[in-house]
Design a protein around this ligand. Structure first.
Ligand code: 5GP
Ligand code: MN
Length: 358
């Protein structure tokens, strides 16, 4: 069940084509309800921003809303209004189990498969068995079919932008305040690379303008997100760039970081955010990956980025147990760092034509 929107002239009026579904959500929420808003594993700015913005709006409507996530977010997102109230299943599982035992409605934001929520997968699957209504809002490709209402739009810059359109369509915009606007703005900013990526549209900018008028302080949010580097992080970046390998014949590049290298620079969650973009910024490079060892989870976490039509979503799905978008995706490998890189180089041969347009 997809909710669609329509565009009119130069102004985008977002309307659910299916009025029954809007009605369905309105009637689900017509009396105070117990709601949980769920974000994905290793939540990023879009996941946190979307969840906090929606939960705050629902609270203003009189609902009892909590944001829950599988694990904690990085320090550079801790300034976000309400982020200290997010419950993490890794440490708050008792509180979360208690909430889920009584929940009326579940929103899942910024992911589209329950395999993306770590330890929360099983408890949420149980809720589906109990026929608790789920509402999905997400912009990744190939959504799974677990929700009563699936609002899926892969053209959208961010789930945060979708939350804005959702609030607009539900006629809740009068509830917008500076905190909600800041959360949505953060999601848009992080997922568009500060309005640089191809997913940024005229509508994205119009929404951003509305958010500034509602009280989001753009320069302050950018400063909080991007100008809070630690010395350790910059030195880790130096190590990462030292490990950069450019595969000229394939228009590809990759970076590796071993657990020992992370440890040497006192790695904190979030420190490697954006490193892969340096590899992608090289002239003629159409595909860039970063392989990051995680000894604790016994995996190699992989971030994939591309320019143009090359789909890293498909590459991540086909080879690295992951997915995402055409130009930005993630995945993992259970092989060693060396074997993972060797495997990548082997399969790269199959993509040579596509990457080099030969
Ligand atoms: P990142 O490389 O920044 O972790 O993620 C890039 C994009 O891919 C994000 O939209 C993220 O949600 C998605 N993504 C990251 N890791 C995974 C994964 O393991 N599986 C899937 N399906 N998507 C992922
Ligand atoms: Mn997103």
């Amino acid at each position: 069940m997809l909710i669609h929107y329509a565009k009119f002239s130069n102004k985008c009026i977002f309307a659910f084509m299916n009025k029954i579904q809007i009605q369905q959500i309105h009637s689900l929420l017509d009396t105070p309800k117990k709601v949980v808003v769920v974000g994905h594993q290793n939540p990023d700015g879009d996941a946190i921003g979307s969840c906090l913005a929606l939960a705050k709006t629902l609270k203003k409507l009189g609902h009892n809303a909590h944001v829950i996530m599988p694990n904690a977010h990085p320090k550079f997102l801790q300034w976000m209004p309400g982020s200290d109230e997010i419950l993490h299943y890794e440490k708050d599982h008792k509180e979360i189990d208690a909430l889920l035992a009584e929940v009326d409605i579940v929103f899942t934001l910024d992911f589209n498969s329950l395999s993306r929520i770590g330890g929360l997968q099983q408890p949420l699957e149980k809720l589906i068995e109990k026929e608790i209504p789920f509402i999905m809002i997400d912009h990744h490709q190939s959504p799974d079919d677990y929700a009563l209402v699936t609002y899926s739009d892969t053209e959208m810059s961010s789930t945060a932008q979708m939350v804005y359109h959702f609030i607009e369509t539900m006629d809740w915009l009068s509830l917008m305040d500076a905190d909600i606007a800041s959360c949505i703005y953060t999601g848009i900013l992080t997922d568009t690379g500060s309005f640089k990526y191809r997913n940024t549209t005229a509508t994205t900018h119009r929404v951003a303008a509305e958010l500034l008028e509602a009280g989001a302080v753009n320069w302050n949010i950018s400063n909080n997100l991007f100008d809070t580097n630690s010395e350790d992080r910059l030195k880790l970046l130096s190590t990462a760039l030292g490990n950069l390998v450019v595969l000229k014949d394939y228009n590809a590049a990759y970076i590796t970081l071993s657990q020992a290298e992370l440890d040497a620079h006192h790695f904190q969650k979030g420190d490697t955010e954006g490193f892969v973009n340096y590899a992608l910024s090289i002239e003629n490079v159409n595909l860039a990956l970063i392989f990051i060892e995680n000894a604790n989870e016994k995996i190699i976490k992989i971030s994939l980025r591309s320019k143009g039509d090359f789909s890293v979503n498909e590459l991540a799905r086909d080879h690295f147990n992951g997915g995402g978008h055409n130009n930005a995706a993630g995945g993992r490998s259970t092989m060693s760092l060396e074997d993972t890189v060797a495997y990548f180089k082997k399969i790269l041969e199959d993509y040579k034509k596509e990457l080099t347009n030969e």
